[in-house]
Ligand binder design. Sequence first.
Ligand SMILES: [Zn+2]
Length: 303
Amino acid sequence: MPNAQPRYRGRFAPSPTGPLHFGSLVAALGSYLDARAHAGEWLVRIEDLDPPREAPGAATEILRTLESLGLQWDGTVLRQSERGDAYRAALEELERKGATYPCACTRREIGDSALAGIDGGLVYPGTCRSGPPPGRATRATRVRVDAAVIEFDDAVQGRVRQQLATDVGDFVLRRADGLFAYQLAVVVDDAAQGITDVVRGADLLDSTPRQILLQRLLGVPTPRYLHLPVAINAAGEKLSKQTLAPPIDRARPGAVLLMALEFLGQRPEPGLVDGSPAELLAIAIARWDRTSIPRARAVRARD
Ligand SMILES: [Zn+2]
């Protein structure tokens, strides 16, 4: 059973949209090494919140790949698909506090009047902030960001500052299709799992201020954050299933781990490529150096 009050508890939280690729392996390895180097716990959470985007069997496949690389997690794997009651309770708490409102706008209506936000999304113009237009059915639930300015210090990316009203706008907590939004689920789960340190890819850096706002509204602790460089291919695209990133070769765990260590700016010993994943990880934990992690990094696509 996990320690009740750990000094460090980290997590890896993949979405099961396909097999583990190099980009998600970097997040898995970085969060694992940072946790173990701090004598901390490392949990795994499957973010299967969005059934239409999932690939059948992908969650099992991801867990097998982690095991084959020697990345053994603590406790049981949490699955977001089983957490609807917790998300509902959190949303109701925010509703009771007057922090949310129902929104009747369609994507098209928002697209016609909204400005572009910080991460390519649209800044909601606030149409329904004092009630949806008469006769319109509500579709989504949004949280009021008001004048919140969120600042935090990321261990690799440095100081991050966002003015939510102009960078993001009132964002969705429950979507028109009834699904809970990622931002709400991740905050509820990090709090429920007692996560003290979030180590993940910098593609989520722009989401962090939204999560900190929700943590404050729900009265739960804000973890420390470390955003790892994102792996991009030669075309400058983030490696993902969409950009056809090759899945991890489970037959060559040493070579795969060494490549990810190099990506993270660590100095692994090349002679270890033939060693077991456990040997390689033990050395990587001992030599883990946060200050060597680059802020951004490109990889050549392998063919
Ligand atoms: Zn609206």
